[in-house]
Design a protein. Structure first.
Length: 79
């Protein structure tokens, strides 16, 4: 496997790990939203959600850049 392919595989693995962590975190966050809120708790939840969205935006940009760099390669699919 060439160095570029190893880098792509490593990056995708890191993205998958990140998304799995998000899933676990969001499961816990769902529990937090069922308890009575205080204004401070609401502010913390909003900040956490904004940070998650910002991180997902970064991941999305990384994936789009990866797709655009791969799109110049010939399609090996017979379909």
């Amino acid at each position: 496997m060439n160095q570029a392919a190893k880098g792509v595989t490593s990056s995708l693995g890191a993205i998958v790990d990140l998304l799995e962590h998000f899933g676990h975190f969001l499961s816990r966050l769902d529990i937090y939203t069922t308890i009575p809120h205080t204004p401070a708790m609401d502010e913390i939840i909003i900040r956490i959600m904004l940070d998650l969205l910002a991180t997902l935006a970064l991941v999305t940009n990384e994936l789009k850049q990866g797709q655009s760099s791969q799109s110049v390669l010939p399609d090996a699919s017979p379909y």
